[in-house]
Every structure is written in C-alpha cells, then in structure tokens.
Design a protein around this ligand. Structure first.
Ligand code: PLP
Length: 422
C-alpha cells in the first residue's frame, strides 16, 4: 500500500513500513529515534521530472536551505543539479561536499562582504541583486577582486501566489527584490558600472505554489519590463523563475504540474533567447524524507487524545512555524478495519506549539510503537535546533535495499562544545 499519493517510495510491505527496500523499524532499532530517512530513488524521480519539464539546457539549482546534508548535495550534483545559495555558509557546504560551485546562484537577501568575496572566488554563475545598495557594494567587491560580477536582478513583480504569509515572497510589501520602478533605475546603474554585468532576471514568489498561473503572471511582467528599454535586455541570457514548486504534503492536488509549467514557459523564454533557471527545494526532497519517532506514551486529556513521541518541534518545526500538516503513519500497518480516532501527535518540548500533527485519524498507539512523519525531507533537519537541549537527529539515506548513515546523532557534548565556562 502506498501511503503518500505523491511518492511510491514509502510503503507497507508485509505489514511493515519500508523506504524503498528497507524496513524503517529496523533502521529505528539500529540508529535510534528520532531519525530522518531519505529515499534516493524519490529524489532521482523528481529530478528526472524537472529535467523532462524544463529541458536539457535548464539550470536546476537545488535550494540548499531545504536540505544541506553533504551526501544529499553530492547526490544532487551527480544528477546534474546546480545550487541555489542564500549564505556564505551554504557555499562552504558545497565546498565541503566537493561539488562544483560554478553552477550556483546566490540569492541572499542581505549579503555580507565576506560572502560575496568567497562566492566571487568560487566563480559562481550569478549573484541575485536584491536591493539598490548592492549596486555599489557589488561593484566595489568586483573591482577589488579584479573580475566582473555576473548579476540577475531579483524583481518583485507583486504577484500574490496565494500561499502562507510566511512563505510568500513576491508581493510588493515583502522584503525581497526590487519593485519594477526601482529596478529600472538599478539596471541603468548596472550598465554604467565597470565591474557589473547584467545577465538575467530572477523572481521567487514563495513556496508551495500549486499551479503554473503565478509563475506565468510573473514572467509576463518581467517580459514587459524587458520590453521597456534596450538596456534592460543587453547581455540578458537567463530567466530564473525561482522555486516554490508545490508538493502537497499528502494532498495529491498540491503537486505542481511542472511539465505544464515547462510547456507554457519554455516557448516564451526561447523566443527571447533566455535559458531557464529553476530553484526547487521541497519539490526535490520533501516527499523523499520521513521523520521516524517512537511513542513514549499515550494520554487522554479532557476527551482529547494525545500520542507523546520522542520527535519534536526542534526536529521538525514546520507544523509549529507554518501550521504545516504532514501525513503521519504507524510503522506497523494497522489491521484492516482497525478503529482510527482523532489524535494529536506531540513531542516532549515545553511549548504548546510542539506538535507534529493534530487531530489525525490514527489507530490505537502505545508506548514503544513507532510512527513516521512523511514528506519531511525538506526544511526538516535543516531547520532543526537543540532547543530543550535535545540532540539533533541522525540521518540515513536509503538506496534500494541499502541504508547508509549520512549524519550521526549528535553527542550531548556537541551541544556545548563551543561554550566557554571558565
Ligand atoms: C530564493 C529562493 N529560491 C528557492 C527557494 C526554494 O523554495 P522551495 O523549497 O519551496 O522550492 C526559496 C525558499 O525559501 C528561496 O527563497
């Protein structure tokens, strides 16, 4: 039985939940819980879908922020991905993983000088210019390095993609990018700057966008902007439509039809000689991951049912931060006809926001049972913390019948290793 409509890589076989060919319960016994488990095949499948949708010339830049594990970066690089960076630390991650940096784009909304210097030295593909002050800053750093800074101007096209307020980035009052009137001025300034080269435009509207419509509305505004003056087109070769491709988190209707987006977008870009760049994070990795936890106890409080588990908001903050909903299933398949009643799956952290799921239809659960929070591969581990002095979880990558530990569980001493107490 496939559990998640968007991926077949987590399913019950003989009553046990497996990731590809590996039993999650065995992984939990071997590595402990909470534990992140990722399916390599799921990442490969999504990458292939993007390549098919956007064509061989497109740069598919994986959003490192969604899951920066070195093994994952290497896997994506092997598949042919470039990378979307938002910090110098992410660039250092690429370097630590030993993957090429030449295909990276740097979209930091506020960049420090050292980050730009390091990215220039790494010869990344493009810097996304987000604010007017960056014209002088990037020109000065390009002059210092004695090399041109290749830019895409991030445009704020005021398209509301209708997504959660905290993950919407393309409306005019959001902090990202330049409104078109300011961009017109900035483009003139870039043209006059000896060390800056305008190579493209960038838009990122937000995350969990379910339909091609907002992407096409944004592109239409960018093309109109380009039509406004020759200087806005000179040297321009790339259009970066951002990421945010919807994945649904258990809702099959939430998966963006990337093929339809490609079909609509590619001819418009080709007509202008523009190469597409896409920056997906969760589309590639969300459905590929599960967070496995163990039930520490069950309780009924004023008629409300709780499963208290050892995984918590510090391991996966999306439900607390965005009210995100993830499918949660037991590792042992419930018998046919087992009664399911509404249940809150909560962690041990001292916050009422510490829940992984609320009012989910779940069978009876007892101490020692294990659960998997599905679609947890993106913004899971990468947003995890040590809150409540909890060690961050281990991570395992599954490939067919093999499982490889790609991050060990933290030691307690890791948590205070940087503290100075005398
Ligand atoms: C500039 C930029 N590109 C790409 C992404 C990736 O978004 P998603 O993981 O929803 O695809 C983000 C997410 O915050 C972003 O800010």
């Amino acid at each position: 039985m496939t559990l998640h409509p968007a991926t077949e890589h987590f399913r019950y076989r003989s009553g046990a939940l497996q990731c590809e060919g590996v039993d999650l319960d065995q992984l939990a016994q071997r590595y402990g819980t909470p534990l992140y488990v990722y399916s390599r095949a799921a990442v490969e499948q999504r990458f292939a879908a993007l390549r098919h949708a956007f064509g061989p010339e497109a740069s598919i830049c994986f959003a490192v922020k969604s899951n920066g594990n070195l093994s994952m970066l290497r896997l994506l690089s092997e598949l042919g991905a470039g990378f979307d960076l938002v910090s110098g630390g992410e660039l250092r991650r690429l370097q630590a993983a030993g993957v090429p940096t030449a295909g990276a784009v740097f979209a930091g909304v506020a960049k420090a000088d050292w980050e730009v210097r390091e990215a220039l030295a790494a010869d990344i593909l493009l810097f996304n210019l987000e604010s007017e002050y960056e014209v002088d800053m990037l020109e000065a750093l390009g002059a210092e390095a004695g090399r041109p800074v290749r830019l895409a101007v991030r445009l704020n096209v005021d398209v509301d993609a209708g997504t959660h307020d905290y993950i919407a980035t393309g409306r005019k009052h959001d902090k990202f990018g330049l409104t078109l009137d300011r961009a017109a001025v900035v483009v003139e300034r870039i043209a006059a700057a000896p060390h800056l080269e305008l190579r493209g435009y960038h838009v990122h509207l937000g995350s969990l966008i379910r339909t091609p419509g907002p992407y096409l509305a944004a592109l239409e505004r960018v093309l109109e902007f380009m039509d406004g003056a020759a200087v806005r087109r000179e040297g321009v070769r790339y259009y970066d439509c951002g990421g945010g491709f919807g994945t649904g988190y258990g809702d099959p209707g939430g998966l963006l039809d990337v093929a339809a987006l490609g079909r609509a977008m590619l001819p418009l870009l080709a007509a202008r000689g523009l190469t597409p760049i896409v920056e997906p994070g969760r589309y590639l990795i969300a459905d590929a991951g599960a967070l496995v936890g163990e039930v520490l106890g069950a309780k009924l409080s004023a008629g409300r049912r709780f499963a208290l588990v050892d995984a918590a908001m510090n391991d996966l903050i999306r439900p607390a931060l965005y009210g995100a909903t993830h499918p949660i299933v037991p590792l042992r398949e419930p018998p046919d006809g087992a009664a399911r009643t509404p249940c809150d799956v909560v962690g041990p952290v001292c916050e009422s926001a510490d829940f992984l799921g609320r009012q989910l239809a779940l069978p009876e659960l007892a101490r020692g049972d294990r659960l998997a929070v599905l679609a947890a591969g993106a913004y899971g581990f990468s947003m995890s913390s040590n809150y409540n002095s909890r060690r961050r979880p281990a991570e395992v990558l599954v490939h067919g019948a093999e499982a490889r530990l790609i991050r060990r569980r933290e030691d307690f001493a890791d948590m205070w290793s940087q503290e100075i107490d005398r």
